[in-house]
Design a protein around this ligand. Sequence first.
Ligand code: SAH
Length: 398
Amino acid sequence: MKKEIALKVKSKFVNKYRNGYPLIMKEAILNLNDLNEEGAIVRLVDEQNRFIAKGYYGKQNKGYGWILSQKENDQFNQHFFDRKIQQAFKQREHYYNDPDTNAFRVFNGEGDGIGGLTIEYFNGYYLIQWYSKGIYQFRDLIINTLKNIAEYKAIYQKKRFDTKGKYIEDDDFVTGERGQFPIIVKENGVNFAVYLDESAMVGVFLDQRDVRRTIRDKYAKGKTVLNTFSYTGAFSVFAALGGAEKTTSVDLANRSLSKTIEQFSINQVDYEAQDIIVEDVFNYFKYAVRKQLSFDMVILDPPSFARSKKYVFSAEKDYKNLLKEAIAITKKNGVIVASTNSSSFGMGKFKGFIDTAFKEMGKKYKLLEEFSLPDDFRTIKEFPEGNYLKVVFIKALL
Ligand code: SAH
């Protein structure tokens, strides 16, 4: 059995952990120096050495590890991982039974009781993502669980912990029969080409499923749609399938051109009737203003942080200005879909950016609907930061 390290929690954080907060934070612990090897089992105790909770040490951008149990006698053995992962699978039963969708998340980190670990399902293939060296120490147990409870063609993995700023991608394959990539997966009847062997981004961000469907089913018909930070063009494909007059996808990564062509093509949409532009979004906005282009729908889905040749974008600092650029080229009564995956602010603040942006542009707006994570991206109320996705549909009035 592994040795357990006692971590003393500062008194002002004791209640937070007793109430189920799952992330071990640097500022909450008095004796961080006692930690050395990631994967060690840690027991959080108060200053009188009374037990609070236990978990593992694993460094992630977010913290120093995760609480796995509030029961002193719990052991993090095969039975423990079997139980957690089985529960998570059970909660996704309706996805497994959905004939139109075969790509979803089956295990969502702390939302399913084990921070630092996610598992996704892509039409017979599983992808495990390890977010720290610490959780990776439990790989044999976790992979065993998956082998025992899941039916699969193959299991792949990504080690998302940082080694010199790059993900280690040399041995993504774990077990089963290697896939021929891309594999084609389905989401609400729409195809996606997925590459589990490529990089941290496999071709689709599953957390936007409900937003894509909504754009297709309720908003796209007859509309001109500008999709910024478009990556593989997922929103454009759904808009086109929903009857958009035309879509324009803008992303500065060279790969986005071939990947977007591929997504349109595997859905029988003629990509030549769409615009796919490899360019910095911020240059494109200026170009559009100069050319007096305007759109019925503008989709904004930037990364939380991005650096391009000319611009640095941080969602927290710059989202308001991004909205202003979008407002300037949105038609009257058009719709802006504003999305952010930044966990550094919540929905309230995000709506504040929206309000300020419209005020500064001297325009009125109406909030139409909003989205957060879908239920396969399970979250817990004790960790609101885990519910990072915020998407707002806004009607630009005059
Ligand atoms: N909206 C996409 C996901 C976006 S991922 C989807 O639904 O699948 C973020 C993308 O933003 C990446 O593809 C990246 O290349 C692009 N990006 C980052 N900074 C950019 C910039 N300044 N201009 C254009 N694209 C940018």
